[in-house]
Design a protein around this ligand. Sequence first.
Ligand code: PLP
Length: 392
Amino acid sequence: MERFEKVVPRKGTRSVKWDMAKDLYQDKDVLPMWVADMDFETPRAVTEALKERVEHGIFGYTIPDDLVKKEITQWLENRHRWEIHADWISYSPGVIPSLHMIIQSLTEIGDHILIQTPVYPPFYSVIKDHGRHVVKNPLYLNEERYNIDFDDFEKKIKENQVTMFILCNPHNPVGRVWSKEELERMMDICLKHDVKVVADEIHADLIYKGNVHIPIASLSKEAANQTITCLSPTKTFNLAGLQASYLVIPNDSDKKKVDHHFKNQGMMMLNTLGVTAMEAAYRHGEEWLDHLNTVLESHRDYVIHRFHSETSSIRVLPAEGTYLLWMDCRELGMTQSELKSFMQKEAKVGLNDGASFGVEGEGFMRLNIAAPKSIIEEGVSRMVKAVQDKEK
Ligand SMILES: Cc1ncc(COP(=O)(O)O)c(C=O)c1O
């Protein structure tokens, strides 16, 4: 059987996606298509490396050594044409912990931090939790594509004396892979007003044909110096539970501050199996990833085709990257709570509530398409039928 068609039961594995769905959606029959992990097995080479490491039987303190850094630098060079120095790398259990650490070490209480909404919900809390203020540069929808309002971007920076900007590229939930021109315009404004750029590029490897992921720090020497990039193999290779990620910080002074903060919080190491998985995934995972991206792309096209040919009130935006689809359900004419209840109780699918990404997400829902085709077909059929009944 094709490796991306195999259905691996996840219930009972302490899976957030599958084992929390019953409580979250108050229905045991809801099909979970929410949180951002995949229902695909990680590449075989990663499982084999983990097995071998587990067989060793000793799980003492572990250092990610130069071999791991070599895999990371090669990966970034091969996949993203970004040449970095190994000593720009720091490690972190996850991108969310990194955002907490970066904000605490490079901004002050009361500072203003800019985000582009709708956006991944923790972007709000990592700012607010530390007494900083959220400044929004809302994205706007033109036909089927979200765009940046650059005038508003600069105006908000000037008006609020913004000190940091958290970029999401590729963007969760709207699926944009920002173009070189868009990145350059944002970077120019940030350099002009001395705004630190934090680039959350966790979805960098999940890119569809016709699009190229450009790390914003790779634009120029000045851009590199202004940017802290957060990356990880966890979305790419379905390793989120192993909690291993890294940061790339070319600016030596910023790196020292961030590293110091991690150390102060007692976070100086990665978990043993996370290190093994990261190394194996980057060393052996390229061919698997290319295959994954073609599968995801065919799922994206399938979902769009079904909704657009069989319903008139749901438009699905053609994501350029990520395995997350942003569904415009506004034509259904429901309030957000009616929409959530409709998806849950009538369609029996567990999606992410669009409004959790900010008020700009009202009328939208987020769908995860990283599952075997049979699961995607089942979920889409449930939604299409429920919408058709509504449209009658
Ligand atoms: C944009 C973005 N950043 C960060 C994360 C989570 O990262 P981590 O699990 O490494 O904390 C996610 C997960 O969905 C995400 O979509």
